[in-house]
Design a protein around this ligand. Structure first.
Ligand SMILES: C[S@@+](CC[C@H](N)C(=O)[O-])C[C@H]1O[C@@H](n2cnc3c(N)ncnc32)[C@H](O)[C@@H]1O
Length: 278
């Protein structure tokens, strides 16, 4: 593959900045060249995308999310994502960025209908602060959108802030790459607890990225400690769990590189990312 796939858009708790480090751990733990990777609570799928970018065949990846992301990745994996329906939503976006917020608000007030998976990436790309927008029956919930913002003479920020990030053109480029590159993944749109009903294959490597304790809430949640205990009673495979703090003695703090990282490249801030191995 000549290009690297990217997550459709930024998402609350998304792992794109640390996905390479997480993938290193998962690949190292894999017992064989055919082992299966489970990305549970996959959201925007930063980790699964990184694995496929590294050469893992999509057929070796099993994802799960109870939200519309689960429905989206299921459609991508099975080849059922309707590119024409997605293009229609894109073509109806207003030419003037100042009108995006009102347009997205009206779209989010319509019944969800048949095109949940084609509309969802647009809604989420316009979501204020990348906060989770979710489906509640036939309605969208928590739909709150960004406004177009332009700097004034006294603003510190000098460039405008776009209501949709990435831009419609870039979103289309990313989705088209994902439609081709992620075809073949399996994604279950259900509660993580259903995974506990049968043991996973003995060559599985499992990654779970739950909603963090004490952070902005998602529509859905579960008790991660009880999940870990019940998972270990049923399975004897490597289990990795992300959290904002260490959960056991076998935890690694991940690092954020980049411009604000200082000399060592490690950003010193309040937010921490830990990968806990069980
Ligand atoms: C921290 S986010 C995952 C972010 C993801 N790793 C990414 O890179 O975008 C947590 C995810 O857990 C999902 N979730 C929360 N409770 C769940 C449950 N009981 N079963 C399945 N998924 C759940 C949410 O829908 C959300 O997408």
């Amino acid at each position: 593959m000549s290009y690297r796939m990217r997550v459709p858009c930024s998402y609350q708790g998304g792992k794109q900045r640390v996905a390479a480090q997480i993938a290193d751990h998962l690949l190292e733990a894999a017992p064989g060249s055919n082992s299966r990777f489970y990305d549970l609570c996959c959201g925007s799928a930063a980790v699964s995308i990184e694995l496929v970018n590294r050469g893992v065949d999509p057929s070796r990846i099993w994802m799960l999310d109870i939200s519309s992301w689960g429905a989206f990745w299921s459609a991508i994996g099975s080849g059922k994502f309707n590119m024409s329906a997605f293009d229609k939503f894109l073509s109806e976006l207003p030419a003037d960025k100042r009108e995006f917020k009102a347009h997205m608000s009206s779209l989010s007030m319509l019944p969800v209908g048949d095109h949940e998976v084609e509309l969802y990436p647009l809604l989420q790309a316009c979501s204020f602060g990348g906060k989770q927008i979710w489906r509640n029956g036939e309605h969208w919930a928590n739909a709150c959108f960004r406004d177009y913002w332009e700097p004034t003479a006294t603003s510190i920020r000098r460039s405008p802030a776009n209501p949709m990030q990435p831009s419609p053109t870039e979103l289309r480029r990313r989705i088209e790459a994902l439609v081709n590159g992620m075809k073949g993944v399996t994604c279950l749109n259900m509660d993580i607890m259903t995974v506990l009903s049968t043991p996973l294959p003995c060559d599985a490597v499992v990654y779970v990225d739950p909603p963090y304790q004490n952070t902005t809430r998602y529509a859905y949640n579960f008790d991660i400690k009880s999940f870990i205990n019940r998972f270990q009673e049923k399975n004897d495979v490597p289990l990795f769990v992300s959290e904002g703090s260490p959960l056991n003695a076998n935890a690694t703090m991940l690092t954020f590189g980049g411009a604000k990282g200082g000399i060592s490249g490690i950003r010193k801030g309040k937010h921490q990312e830990w990968l806990n191995r069980f």
